[in-house]
Design a binder for this molecule. Structure first.
Ligand code: AGP
Length: 608
């Protein structure tokens, strides 16, 4: 979702800022803008569409700025128009600001300002902040910002410049990420430190209600009580500056092909074959704590929720712990029952998903300990959780989550192993499970090597408008994930459904215009799945099955099949998912959809 970038220093502000903004494009957006100060005046440009449009306009108008703030906007309040794009200015154009998040009381603040004669030109909640600060300004901009944020309700990350203070950017964060990068006589502000990783890895994260006054050589930080505070900067070792697509046409395809390596990294040094168990050096919960867990609560959204749902089958089966899996946006308004023996696992690729963070705050306020499973070091979730396990998948740029999902399932499988070995699982069972895990990277590669076959089938079915993804047991959450991939990148209506549940209603939708992608790689339920497919066939439904390569009995029932290597039921979901990712990718490509940044979607969903 919206991305903020700002720069102050001796380099070319526009160049550095637009480069930073481009590195935030992955978050998903619909317009972009930049503002800065030149000769004591605020100057700005905004454009609908890609950062490239803004870049053209900046070049065309020979824009030159002494410092710059910029933003990619994902519309919440007000349509996608140039006027609604950020930055927003006050009426007299004395200040400009960019904002991520939502100001919940913008209506009432707007009315109060309008009563005082302030005229608004946009439909955004952000313009309210700009006008509010300007109305409170009496020569001390820091004080005006401090007073204004005392009146704001909601979530916000803000970067602001004022014409009377041409050597500083003011930044404020409240329930929205914002990080300062400290360079050599220069400073950066961004929603994501990867955006300035080329320049520096020395960072300071702004916490709730903190305000920073950022100058090239000095950063002053104030807490919610407006007192100056000293915050130590941190060095982000693993910040990746490389965000190229390499030989691939899209980030999504590159990330699908990175999965053998991502799974290897997720497994690296995290098991003991001798003991038949898993080892997480970074896990700072004691053995005692883990043994005391009586139930598990998993919180997540989207693909991460699918990984959690899949893990619930694993954890119940192997660790014999009852597991509750909750979609964060639902959970947070439930007044949930959280008992003392509950281990809470929050799963998020980005670590910035607003609903998951809110759900985590809710359980923490009830006294629970939270384990985060996350891909992004230093993210809000990681900073707020009691302990974290990292995916080590490398930056995932494609909005559609691919390698993060398989890494999440790999990490959750290891965590299951650890908890299971503390309870009922024998050493030899643990060792067998590790052996199966170790085979995964090569098995994934085996499927990737057959991408051309999957592409040909995707082309055959790309014109279909209705898809069902059916599975049973571990293949049910897998079907949800497969359908989500097709929906989000190919813009096709696809339903993930438990195969056994079709006859309770959805089978009414089956006819020859509907393709069923049948996830048949679960040995436990294979025969039941075959019966369900017979029911589909009897109603003229088309079937494409994903099946283990030792299984030949489906050939006569289905229209097409894609083979995957044999593995244990517990891990077949990873292999079947690789097929569904490639299938969705090639359908999307055939239909000409925008793959890396699908319409209406954002990578980090930082609003409710
Ligand atoms: C998946 O492809 C998504 N784009 C989306 O569902 C995503 O998984 C969800 O928004 C959660 O994000 P997170 O893992 O960063 O919390």
């Amino acid at each position: 979702m919206c991305g903020i970038f700002g720069y102050i220093g001796s380099k070319n502000s526009i160049k550095v800022t637009l480069q930073g903004l481009k590195r935030l494009e992955y978050r998903g957006y619909d317009s972009a803008g930049i503002a800065g100060i030149k000769n004591g005046k605020i100057v700005y440009r905004k454009e609908v569409g890609k950062v490239a449009n803004l870049e053209e306009e900046v070049e065309r108008s020979h824009l030159d700025l002494e410092l710059a703030i910029a933003q990619t906007r994902w519309a919440t309040h007000g349509k996608v128009t140039q006027v609604n794009a950020h930055p927003h200015l006050d009426t007299h154009q004395t200040l400009a600001l960019v904002h991520n998040g939502i100001i919940e009381n913008h209506d009432i603040l707007k009315r109060q300002l309008q009563e005082k004669g302030v005229k608004f030109i946009s439909d955004t909640d952000t313009e309210v902040i700009a006008q509010l600060i300007a109305s409170l300004y009496q020569g001390d901009i820091l004080q005006a910002v401090q007073q204004a944020i005392g009146l704001l309700k909601g979530s916000y990350a803000i970067a602001l410049i004022h014409q009377d203070f041409p050597n500083q950017i003011i930044a404020v964060a409240h329930e929205a990420p914002l990080v300062i990068g400290i360079g050599n006589h220069e400073a950066f502000i961004s929603s994501d430190p990867h955006a300035f990783a080329f320049h520096t890895r020395q960072v300071i994260y702004l916490m709730n209600a903190e305000i920073a006054v950022i100058k090239a050589d000095q950063q002053e930080i104030y807490n919610a009580d407006q007192d100056p505070i000293v915050k130590e900067s941190q060095w982000l070792e693993k910040l990746s500056a490389d965000q190229s697509k390499g030989e691939f046409e899209h980030y999504t395809l590159k990330e699908i092909f990175e999965q053998p390596q991502a799974i290897r990294s997720a497994l690296l040094a995290r098991f003991s074959l001798d003991q038949g168990t898993a080892v997480f050096d970074e896990l700072n919960f004691s053995q005692l704590n883990l043994m005391a867990a009586e139930r598990i609560l998993i919180l997540a959204c989207g693909t991460s929720w699918h990984a959690g749902y899949l893990a619930s089958y694993l954890l119940e089966d192997k660790a014999r712990l009852p597991v509750q899996v909750e979609i964060s946006s639902e959970f947070r308004y439930k007044n949930p029952v959280v008992s003392s023996g509950t281990l809470v696992i929050a799963i998020s690729q980005s670590g910035e998903t607003a609903d998951t963070i809110a759900a985590v705050r809710e359980v923490k306020s009830k006294g629970s300990q939270v384990l985060a499973i996350c891909n992004v070091q230093g993210s809000t979730l990681v900073r707020e959780a009691d302990s974290s396990i990292f995916l080590r998948a490398g930056a995932e740029i494609g909005v559609c989550s691919t390698k993060a999902f398989t890494s999440q399932v790999t990490v959750l499988s290891l965590l299951t192993l650890l908890l299971a070995r503390m309870r009922h699982m024998s050493k030899s069972e643990g060792q067998e499970f590790i052996h199966a895990l170790l085979k995964l990277p090569d098995q994934v590669q085996w499927i990737l090597d057959k991408a051309a076959t999957i592409e040909a089938l995707a082309k055959r079915y790309a014109h279909y408008e209705h898809f069902f993804y059916l599975g049973r047991h571990f293949m049910y959450p897998t079907s949800l994930e497969g359908a989500l991939k097709l929906k989000e990148i190919a813009y096709v209506n696809a339903n993930g459904y438990p195969a056994g549940e079709m006859k309770h209603g959805p089978i009414a939708l089956i006819d020859k215009s509907c393709l069923t992608v049948a996830l048949c790689a679960n040995q436990l339920t294979f025969d039941k799945m075959v019966s369900n497919l017979m029911e589909i066939k009897a109603r003229d439904g088309q079937i494409l099955s994903i099946v283990e390569d030792n299984q030949t009995s489906l050939e006569k029932i289905v229209d097409d099949q894609i083979l995957i290597p044999d593995t244990i039921d517990e891990l077949a979901a990873i292999l079947a998912t690789i097929v569904t990712q490639l299938f969705a990718y090639y359908v999307a490509k055939e239909r000409g959809a925008e793959i890396d940044q699908p319409r209406n979607l954002a990578k980090s969903v930082t609003v409710e």
